[in-house]
Design a protein around this ligand. Structure first.
Ligand code: ADP
Ligand code: ZN
Ligand code: ZN
Length: 736
């Protein structure tokens, strides 16, 4: 073949096509589809990474205007034909460039690290005489030689540290032709915690056996609906064991937030070195090396967040998606892929199984078990057979009784009791800081960030006001900027204030707080959890960071301080988020021998998601949620496109939004698409950028995509909107 079709690893729209390159003679035998190569690219002929997507005998461009491939990166294909198909599926599905999708599937190569090993050069015919000569003279060189037995290869760093020497005796032996040097690839980011291998597997419960039977029989993807503590992880472990026994490989997706050492250890203690891990705090080098280990088949199980779906296993047998309902499975930047959908596509290409587990499946996924797209498997009981008892505390009646504190009397006495009995408690409030808004008692002025349309949050520890959107911080005002009054008042409660309240009520309690402010330092996250687990604290206060996946056997009490926060979040998903959060956080109580107690504080005790969460009645919750969605035309009954228009200049942003709305109206033939707006976005200004939004709704995903992209193309041909930027998102995680 004369030409190779090369995709450069540059995610720009203008280069989103295959380029022809001449295959030089010296490479003609070694090139194959999917290989990573280097090519000269652009006017400066910059050495650029690319992938070979195919070959051709013909080119429309003259030979003298074509360039040659420079060289090969590694002598194996990093993109199978399945993965190339996946990239083109992704680029259609998530309206992004093919190159962007390839970039997710095969990350850019990072400089690799090697280390030096030494061994006796047996190919040297004079080797025995040479060695004898060194022995004769006992010294550092002979000490080095004594370390070698047979064909042993020893890393240079080991020799140096064992004998406490520098490199010169080693170099001298190399120079004499006695030792030979080999370079070995060093893989960064290997799991370094030492984990004891399990002695024996637990005997499965009847429910675990029955869901495994269902999963093995099913061809369809399976949604595993199992209450918290029902033993879903053990089901995953058995599925993986079965997969490995068949010579296949497994990907386990876990939300970043639950990717704790405790979670990973459960897999490592069962499967040892066959397990690898990736996460977002890894360096590019670490992530690339783990990706390479997977591509080489050195590991069979990869655990990681959303991006781990792209683990290059060519013997893929199963993809497990734990906490299936988590919004973090959807990428928030282009390509805005959904790891669940991507997993299903990948599994289809490789003939692999998909199992999605959750105690609170997302409404959209559970609906697919109703339509038959997914199979359903259920586990309704905890392994320890003890569901927590959940009590809802009506904070309106607490107020009426004259209780103005952040704790209902029930929660307060339960906390006191737990402290007395030496049991652990968790307090959950999904809001960090001390007070969530600060205003003037005299004129009512509210302290608002000057760059964003957002209230400042008071952080006592930092003694300042912080904007949670742009991060700007100002000192505590002594006087109202509006009227000069010195009477400034602090409203609303965050985790920092809860911590102080707990210490005021229970001065001897040992308290830990976990939120973004206390986990900025590396490892602080794990440190707090370790401390709590080892019993060095009585009460853990935290935001959603503590709501999910944690398994602390000694916790018998959970308090949800304000269930209303998520109910008031101004989004059609508020009920779903609340049900899931309450169930997940309640699931932290009573996981071992003793049954747990949960107190949910709210001003809306009648709200369906609170009532059903209290009863642990997912199905009733789901049915009520579904009828609400059907009436309102929300997903799964429609698709919602958010179009966000932003500019430094308010008039320009508004003008562009109006113009775009006119275009949407003009091409809305037969009124197939519902349009809302333009209107200011939920947060109308962030970081001095003004934000407007238009919402387009339609039940047909392909039609709505085609329509929105068409209208945007029309808009992009117009002049005069240079300083306006537009972004789009289909069914995003949060309303914009
Ligand atoms: P889930 O993932 O559904 O919340 P886990 O898999 O964490 O539940 O299981 C809850 C607890 O029960 C864990 O401590 C786990 O070790 C234990 N467990 C799970 N399956 C069994 C079993 N078959 N026999 C005994 N203990 C089990
Ligand atoms: Zn004032
Ligand atoms: Zn701000």
């Amino acid at each position: 073949m004369k030409y190779a079709l090369v995709r450069v690893n540059v995610p720009h729209k203008n280069v989103d096509k295959d380029f022809h390159y001449i295959v030089p003679d010296r490479l003609s035998d070694s090139l194959s589809t999917g290989m990573r190569v280097y090519v000269p690219f652009g006017s400066g002929n910059r050495r650029t990474e690319g992938y070979i997507l195919g070959f051709s005998d013909k080119s429309e461009v003259e030979d003298d205007r074509l360039k040659e491939i420079l060289d090969i990166h590694e002598q194996y294909s990093v993109l199978s034909s399945e993965r190339i198909q996946l990239a083109s599926w992704m680029s259609r599905k998530y309206y992004s460039t093919f190159n962007e999708c390839l970039h997710c599937i095969a990350p850019k190569a990072v400089k690799t690290k090697t280390f030096r090993c030494l061994s006796i050069d047996r190919d040297n015919p004079d080797i025995d005489e040479l060695i004898a000569a060194v022995h004769k003279r006992a010294g550092k060189q002979s000490m080095v030689l004594e370390l070698f037995h047979g064909d042993a290869q020893i890393p240079q760093s080991h020799i140096k540290s064992i004998l406490d020497i520098d490199s010169s005796p080693i170099n001298a032996l190399v120079k004499k032709g006695i030792l030979k040097v080999s370079e070995h690839r060093q893989y960064r980011g290997n799991y370094s915690r030492s984990v004891r291998l399990e002695d024996e597997k637990p005997t499965l419960t009847a429910e675990q056996r029955s869901v495994l039977d269902i999963i093995y029989k099913e061809k369809r993807p399976v949604l595993l609906h199992g209450v918290t503590g029902s033993g879903k992880t053990e089901v995953y472990l058995r599925l993986i064991e079965d997969t490995l026994n068949k010579g296949k490989q497994a990907i386990v997706l876990v939300p970043e937030i639950s990717l704790t050492p405790q979670t990973v250890d459960r897999f490592v203690s069962r499967f040892g070195e066959r397990v690898a891990l990736t996460h977002s705090r890894m360096s590019d080098g670490e992530r690339y090396d783990q990706w390479t280990r997977a591509a080489r088949g050195d590991v069979d199980i990869m655990i990681g967040p959303r991006s781990a779906v792209f683990t290059p296993f060519e013997r893929l047998g199963i993809i497990i998606i734990d906490e299936e309902h988590e919004s973090s499975y959807k990428a928030e930047q282009s390509p805005r892929y959904d790891a669940r959908e991507t997993a299903l596509k990948l599994a289809e290409l490789y003939g692999a199984r998909v199992v999605m587990g959750s105690a609170t499946p997302s409404v959209v996924s559970y609906y697919k078990t109703v339509t038959g797209e997914y199979a359903l498997a259920c586990m309704n009981n905890r392994v320890n057979m003890k569901m927590p008892s959940i009590k809802v505390c009506d904070m309106r009646s607490e107020l009426a009784k004259g209780n103005y504190s952040v704790f209902s009397s029930d929660l307060k006495s339960a906390l006191a009791e737990n402290l007395q009995n030496g049991r652990q408690s968790i307090l959950f409030l999904n809001r960090r800081g001390y007070s969530t808004f600060v205003s003037c008692r005299n004129c009512g002025y509210v302290m608002t960030c000057s760059r964003c349309s957002v209230n400042y949050t008071y952080h006592k520890g930092d003694s300042g006001l912080i904007c949670h959107y742009c991060g700007s911080r100002i000192p505590i005002p002594q006087r109202c900027p509006e009227c000069g009054s010195p009477h400034i008042k602090y409203f609303g409660t965050g985790t920092e204030k809860i911590e102080q309240e707990v210490l005021r009520l229970f001065p001897s309690a040992r308290v830990l707080r976990m939120d973004r402010d206390t986990t900025e330092r590396k490892n602080s996250h794990a440190d707090i959890l370790d401390k709590f687990r080892s019993g060095k604290a009585d009460i853990l206060i935290g935001t959603q960071m503590i709501a999910k996946g944690l398994d602390f056997p000694a916790v018998t009490l959970v308090g949800v301080l304000a269930a209303d926060l998520s109910l008031n979040m101004n989004d059609y998903r508020s009920g779903e988020v609340t049900y899931s959060l309450l169930t997940q956080v309640s699931g932290r109580a009573g996981r071992a021998d003793e049954a747990g107690r949960v107190y949910i504080q709210t001003y809306n005790p009648q709200h369906y998601s609170i009532v059903y969460a209290q009863n642990g009645d997912y199905l009733s919750y789901f049915n009520e949620e579904l009828s609400f969605r059907r009436i309102m035309g929300y997903p799964p009954f429609s698709n919602i496109f958010y179009v966000l228009i932003t500019s430094d200049n308010n008039d320009k942003a508004l003008n562009a939004a109006n113009t775009l709305a006119e275009i949407f109206a003009r091409y809305n033939k037969n009124y197939m698409f519902e349009r809302l707006g333009p209107a200011p976005a939920v947060i109308s200004k962030i970081n001095n950028k003004y934000r407007y939004r238009i919402i387009i709704k339609c039940s047909d995903e392909d039609k709505i995509k085609a329509y929105v992209l068409y209208c945007l193309d029309k808009f992009n041909t117009l002049k005069g909107f240079g300083d306006v930027s537009i972004s789009i998102a289909l069914n995003p995680n949060y309303a914009v």
